[in-house]
Design a protein around this ligand. Structure first.
Ligand SMILES: Nc1nc2c(ncn2[C@@H]2O[C@H](COP(=O)(O)OP(=O)(O)OP(=O)(O)O)[C@@H](O)[C@H]2O)c(=O)[nH]1
Ligand SMILES: [Mg+2]
Length: 201
């Protein structure tokens, strides 16, 4: 068999793999988002919510929720033939936050999911990524029944830097969640390019 130029150029490319975190407060839709976009059966670490957790687990707005993530979600999405994202959904309950540092190792960027009915639940995630200079995008998961606010209102309420993208999304929807992930990657790459650019004197 001949190995001419054409057969060589058709060789499958080795994709670049990037790690992205999907973070945010309790019950905001992190597991839902990873499952909506993952092309592999997502790994979930769900445990049933119990009566014992009722005083600390605020279910307002997600009353049907019966389980919670206790370690992480894991999924994968191929954005382009040469670009694959590995997705790590964080646990939302405060008592599992010690896992975040482990999950954040080597992450290119993060999605901070927010629910406008409980915006304060994502403050800690925003803080976490700001402090560590991990690029992130805020994605408002638009639950039915929640008031819709323009992204600029959310940006002001969260006191975000002007460069941080704020998007509205439906975490259950493949293309909506994929758009959020594309925004994170673009934002992280732009920031990396800016950091590399020579400073004008
Ligand atoms: N109506 C509506 N329900 C949603 C949406 N996203 C998630 N849900 C529901 O909201 C609940 C919470 O979703 P999860 O994906 O488990 O949230 P989570 O952020 O992973 O929760 P923890 O891991 O416990 O912090 C589930 O009952 C979902 O079916 C949405 O966009 N709209
Ligand atoms: Mg979860």
């Amino acid at each position: 068999m001949a190995f001419g130029r054409s057969s060589r150029t058709k060789r499958p490319v080795e994709p670049v793999t990037l790690k992205i975190l999907v973070a945010g407060g309790f019950g905001v839709g992190k597991t839902t988002m990873v499952a909506a976009v993952s092309e592999i059966r997502p790994l979930r670490t769900e445990e049933r919510l119990t009566e014992a957790g009722r005083p600390v687990d605020d279910l307002a707005g997600v009353e049907e929720k019966t389980t919670t993530t206790v370690a992480m979600d894991f999924g994968r999405i191929t954005l382009r033939e040469d670009l694959v994202l590995y997705l790590f959904g964080t646990p939302g309950q405060h008592r599992f936050w010690f896992l975040w540092d482990e999950l954040a190792q080597g992450a290119l960027g993060a999605v901070v999911l927010a629910d406008t009915r409980r915006l304060e639940d994502c403050f800690a995630a925003v803080d976490y990524f700001e402090r560590r200079s991990i690029p992130f995008t805020v994605a408002v998961n638009c639950f039915e029944g929640a008031d819709r606010f323009p992204s600029e209102t959310v940006r002001a309420a969260l006191d975000l830097d002007p460069e941080v993208p704020v998007l509205l999304c439906d975490a259950r929807d493949f293309s909506s969640s994929r758009d959020v992930l594309v925004a994170v990657v673009e934002h992280a790459l732009e920031r990396a390019a800016r950091a590399r650019a020579p400073v004008a004197t």
